[in-house]
Write a protein that binds this ligand. Structure first.
Ligand SMILES: Cc1cc2nc3c(=O)[nH]c(=O)nc-3n(C[C@H](O)[C@H](O)[C@H](O)COP(=O)(O)OP(=O)(O)OC[C@H]3O[C@@H](n4cnc5c(N)ncnc54)[C@H](O)[C@@H]3O)c2cc1C
Ligand code: FES
Length: 291
């Protein structure tokens, strides 16, 4: 076991820039590292006035006591997180939250991920592989410079397809087109597992439906508490209201009300923009009391 000198609770041990605005950090947290399983997430508070944001646990080391998250800087909380340096402590990290991915020997599983979510796909693909499945990965990004975790995903999959919206790498188009392509070429899949932006997950699930294959999606609704108390993460699946933080984040993709999820994600857009503007105008310092 590596002795981590000076690490206390939630110390940032390592930090790496993977792509523009996409960062990877390792956080010292022996308790979460001991319990973490593929598909789960943590709720992170950067400082004592920060909101709590959900981030997928991308990797962990039970012996050395760290967990890894990969995040895209999209608003105040993720920008603040990106400003934390190695050796500094985060205010609070709770977890692991959520139901772990149901891992079984299904046969051939396609794991599909877009953008920053390719990192979230990695532990799940690894777990499917370890369970004896043939794993076909489809990963994509808007452009080649935004493609992350390619080598890591390749190292644990049987086949890897890459797509970029602008065609700068791999198949031109969305990951859903790549999924369509492998189906149309006759590859027989037993399960499709999807993670990424809502529009992408919606398209992939309709491809899976067309080919009559079961699909599971890891959803990303807004979360506030992460423990089933606030109701912010409500999603409708087969007409029933489900709490993604407690009962998810993974659900049967064919039953998800994608349009409602999309609308709910936009609910606080004005407030988020105001908050971001104030944060940037204040010089973007972390640990501040007013934003
Ligand atoms: C279970 C779960 C796991 C997640 N894992 C990751 C991860 O590993 N890496 C990562 O980068 N992000 C992940 N997210 C999304 C992440 O939580 C949000 O990007 C973050 O909360 C945004 O906070 P902010 O204050 O920086 O931005 P805000 O100001 O809150 O939002 C900025 C923009 O991002 C959009 N946004 C806000 N929350 C979400 C969301 N949950 N999903 C998609 N778009 C959102 C807003 O609509 C807005 O346009 C996950 C979300 C969930 C529910
Ligand atoms: S985030 Fe509060 S109930 Fe799910």
């Amino acid at each position: 076991m590596i002795k981590i000198y000076g690490a206390t609770r939630y110390t940032v041990l390592r930090k790496r820039i993977l792509a523009p605005k996409i960062k990877e950090i390792d956080i010292y947290s022996p308790r979460i590292a001991r319990a973490a399983r593929a598909g789960q997430f943590v709720m992170v508070m950067v400082d004592r006035v920060s909101e709590r944001i959900p981030l997928t646990i991308v990797d962990w080391d039970r012996e050395d006591g760290w967990i890894r998250v990969v995040f895209q800087e999209v608003g105040v909380s993720t920008i603040k997180l990106g400003l934390v340096d190695i050796g500094e402590d985060l205010y609070h990290v709770s977890g692991p939250h959520g139901v772990p991915t149901h891992i079984s020997r299904f046969g051939t599983v396609a794991v599909v991920g877009g953008g920053v979510a390719v990192a979230a796909l990695y532990p799940v693909a690894r777990a499917f592989k370890e369970a004896g499945n043939r794993v076909v990965a489809i990963i994509g990004a808007r452009s080649s410079n935004l493609l992350i975790y390619e080598d890591k995903v390749r190292s644990i999959c049987d086949e890897l397809y890459i797509s970029t919206d602008d065609g700068s790498r791999g198949i031109r188009g969305y990951v859903s087109s790549a999924l369509e392509k492998i189906f149309s070429e006759g590859l027989k899949l037993d399960l499709v597992w999807i993670v990424g932006p809502v529009a992408m997950m919606k398209m992939c699930s309709s491809v899976a439906r067309r080919y009559g294959v079961r699909a599971v999606a890891s959803l990303n609704p807004i979360m506030v508490c992460g423990i089933g108390m606030c109701g912010a993460c409500r999603v409708r699946v087969y007409g029933k209201t489900r709490f993604a933080c407690l009962e998810g984040p993974e659900f049967d993709a064919l039953g998800v009300d994608w349009n409602e999820l999309e609308l709910r994600l936009q609910m606080y857009r004005d407030e988020e923009n105001i908050s971001l503007r104030r944060f940037l105008e204040s010089g973007g310092c972390i640990g501040q009391d007013k934003t």
